[in-house]
Design a protein around this ligand. Structure first.
Ligand code: XMP
Length: 318
């Protein structure tokens, strides 16, 4: 739209004037906010921007490749890609407590981001995708998501590395960020992407995270994504995902008895994630999801559908 176009032009000019010849870093997650920040900054200062993408090994299927394809190949952004999968997995060994998982993942992310950022010389600014609701929340009250936000942002980093913050989305709501993203030519897949938690698949594997469980969950989750998109339901819901339960149940395959794991489907409608209701998916979609997951994902012989609302349940299981 015209207003978004002039807003974008104004912000781009502002960034250009502010940054001059200096360098800017940002953390790219592949989510809407950090993607819009990256493309906006790239428009303003081109190769003076360095985006750091940390693959924590807890991402969805194909996610890391997609980020590289879109940002490095298509937009020609300086992208520092770090595969830290092994590091994350080894630190998570034996850990079952959800908050402990979050802490470990958040801290290791900052550690790795800082390590990579220090390799880039002459950096003066850190760009972040802080939105207006984040600004309000951090000054007015600390709700349940106060602890959540620290993982996504690179909390504490600007001070530690004596960087100045650039937060071009500070005045925008989510829907405005989306139209800005469209204005900047970001693919619709990224614009409409469901929220995905910083700790990723680790908090969707109940109990200990292992390479094997990650691979089971990643395959199941990919089927959920495919079927949600194919049926047109993806854009109608707030979030849709699979959870791997620490339970085995008995099944039968041919004339063999099986004793395998359970996938729970979590699909919710929401406007702000503070409250949510389970989505009334059509039975035939549920049937397709269940059949495909059980037939295609080795190690799973049962699928259940989560019919809990928030509150009192949360959207995530951990
Ligand atoms: P809950 O489970 O609290 O989730 O109902 C509300 C929203 O927040 C997301 N979420 C997280 N996001 N780090 C994040 O970046 C986290 O640790 C985290 N935990 C929950 C969740 O996906 C939902 O959109």
């Amino acid at each position: 739209s015209w207003t978004m176009q002039s807003f974008a032009e104004m912000v781009i000019k502002g960034i250009r004037d502010q940054v001059g010849d200096d360098r800017v870093i940002c953390a790219l997650s592949g989510g809407v906010d950090s993607s819009v920040v990256a493309v906006l900054l790239h428009r303003a200062i081109g190769r003076q921007l360095y985006c750091i993408f940390v693959n924590n090994g807890l991402l969805r299927k194909g996610e890391a490749e997609e980020v590289r394809r879109v940002f490095a190949d298509h937009f020609d952004i300086n992208l520092v890609y770090v595969d830290a999968s092994e590091e994350f997995l080894s630190r998570l060994k034996g850990v079952t407590d959800p908050e402990q998982k979050r802490k470990i993942i958040g801290n290791l992310f900052i550690e790795i981001f800082e390590r990579e950022a220090r390799k880039i010389t002459g950096v003066k600014y850190l760009a972040q995708g802080t939105l207006y609701p984040d600004v309000i929340e951090s000054v007015s009250f600390k709700g349940p998501s106060a602890t959540i936000k620290t993982h996504h942002n690179v909390g504490g980093l600007p001070d530690r590395m004596s960087l100045q913050l650039i937060e071009p989305l500070r005045e925008l709501f989510k829907d405005e960020v989306r139209s800005l993203g469209r204005q900047l030519g970001l693919p619709e897949r990224i614009i409409m992407r469901h929220p995905f938690p910083g700790p990723g698949l680790a908090i969707r594997i109940i109990g200990e995270v292992t390479a094997e469980k990650l691979s089971i969950l990643r395959e199941a989750d990919a089927i959920v994504m495919e079927e949600m998109e194919a049926s047109g339901w993806y854009d109608k819901v707030w979030q849709a995902f699979a959870v791997l339960l620490p339970v085995r149940s008995v099944g039968v395959m041919g004339d063999e008895r099986t004793y395998e794991q359970v996938i729970a489907l979590r699909v919710v409608e929401s406007v702000d994630a503070m409250t949510a209701d389970w989505a009334r998916l059509p039975y035939d979609l549920l049937a397709r999801l269940s059949n495909r997951i059980i037939n295609e994902v080795k190690g799973v012989n049962r699928v259940v559908f989560d019919i809990s609302s928030k509150p009192p349940s949360t959207i995530e299981w951990e």
